[in-house]
Design a protein around this ligand. Structure first.
Ligand code: HSE
Length: 403
């Protein structure tokens, strides 16, 4: 028998208990052992919920119980999750987590501690919710030189952008509607400012390069400045606007970026809509591969966590090697990253100024929009673009383009 303890009885934690109860025969068969939830740790009481029987408020009870084999950390945030996870691993317990803040910040160190104690630190649910992507990067995609990993990594913002595209609605209105439906947090900053996607692309890039990519080094832009007018132009181009977490290898170095991007119908992520996530990987021998599914939500996320529990139980006394060293990886300088840009400016009769600044550009018309000029630049490095756009007056909008 394998005993697990779940830290945090929120959406994901209660999902983990539900998945283990609902699918116990399947899960036990795959694990080769009977998996029991021995403890749930939470500060709250849950009167009337059967979880009350196994509820504890003191982490030390779990830490000091030698019968607990696997700790599931689904509390979120860096502390106290980091302390609890570290102590659990040091006490010889494997840990499975969905916590992207924790993994992005301390993943390499926690993997090293797990290895030292011949246990496992597993984090499939930290990126893409129920979509398998961590395990594929660690096991299935190891024959390739990966040159790009690009994802729609945040369900909340993908829902908002999809609604804006389909309904022609304003960002603020869609956000409010998403909050009312429970798709967006009351404090939506981490999602709409791109911070959540930033941590996820930091984790993915770290796994691709095998070293520590600090999320603080990743240029991150959110979706708060995207307007209905931007979508009117996108529609005229047969395009859509998505927020990507992306990392491309250029001349041997990865350049991670989180930003909204205008993409055409032939882009592999074009059809990823609503709360769904999609992750596109390009390898030099595999070519393109796509991962698609529910990137958030109670049961999809719990499904990924429980699959980690199964792996942890299957590998009770052996460490699954994951290449992610603590050595810092130096990402490519953002200013050197080449991109194309969609730009909207006030129509001051300034076509000459635009062409003097950017050379030949492609003009874009949206039938509904008057009084402005929109164009797409040729490929230009971010630093150079920033300098040139600063010289143009009355800029309404700038969005990167992959058409
Ligand atoms: N807020 C996140 C999202 C949850 O919307 O994708 C899953 O990490």
């Amino acid at each position: 028998m394998a005993n697990i303890a779940v830290l945090g009885y929120g959406t994901v934690g209660s999902g983990v208990v539900e998945v283990i109860n609902t699918n116990h025969d399947i899960v036990n068969k795959k694990a080769g052992e009977d998996i029991q939830v021995k403890y749930v740790l939470d500060l709250r009481e849950f009167e009337g919920d059967p979880v009350q029987k196994i509820l504890v408020h003191d982490f030390d009870i779990i830490l000091q119980d030698p019968d607990v084999d696997v700790v599931v950390e689904v509390m979120g945030g860096v502390e106290p999750a980091y302390t609890f996870v570290k102590k659990s691993l040091q006490a010889g317990k494997s840990v499975c987590t969905s916590n992207k803040e924790l993994v992005a910040k301390h993943g390499a160190e926690l993997l090293a501690i797990a290895k030292e104690h011949n246990r496992n630190f597993l984090f499939e649910a930290s990126v893409g919710g129920g979509i398998p992507i961590i395990r594929p990067l660690n096991t299935s995609l190891t024959a390739d030189e990966i040159t790009e990993i690009t994802g729609i990594l945040n369900g909340t913002t993908n829902y908002i952008l999809t609604e804006m595209a389909e309904k022609g609605a304003a960002f603020e209105d869609v956000l409010k509607d998403a909050q009312d439906k429970g798709y967006a947090e009351r404090n939506p900053e981490a999602d709409v400012e791109g911070y959540d996607a930033c941590r996820k692309i930091a984790i993915l890039t770290s796994l691709v390069v095998g070293e520590q990519v600090d999320y603080e080094d990743i240029h991150t832009e959110g979706i708060t400045k995207i307007t209905e007018k931007d979508f009117q132009y996108a529609k005229a181009l047969g395009a859509s606007i998505k927020i990507f977490g992306t990392s491309k290898k250029i001349d041997g170095t990865f350049y991670p970026l989180v930003a909204p991007v205008m993409i055409g119908g032939n882009h592999p992520l074009f059809g990823v809509n609503g709360v769904f996530n999609g992750i596109f990987v390009h390898g030099n021998v595999l070519d393109d591969v796509m991962f698609y599914g529910r990137g958030a939500g109670k049961l999809p996320t719990a499904s990924a966590v429980v699959s980690d529990v199964v792996d942890a139980v299957k590998n009770k006394d052996s460490n699954i090697k994951t290449i992610w060293e603590q050595k810092k990886y130096t990402v490519g300088r953002f200013e050197e990253l080449p991109n194309r840009f969609f730009v909207r400016v006030k129509d001051n009769g300034n076509q000459d100024a635009i062409e003097k600044t950017f050379g030949e550009v492609r003009y874009v018309k949206a039938p509904e929009v008057q009084g402005e000029i929109a164009f797409i630049t040729d490929t230009i490095k971010e630093g150079e673009f920033a300098k040139r756009i600063a010289a143009l007056p009355d800029v309404y909008s700038v969005i990167r383009v992959d058409l």
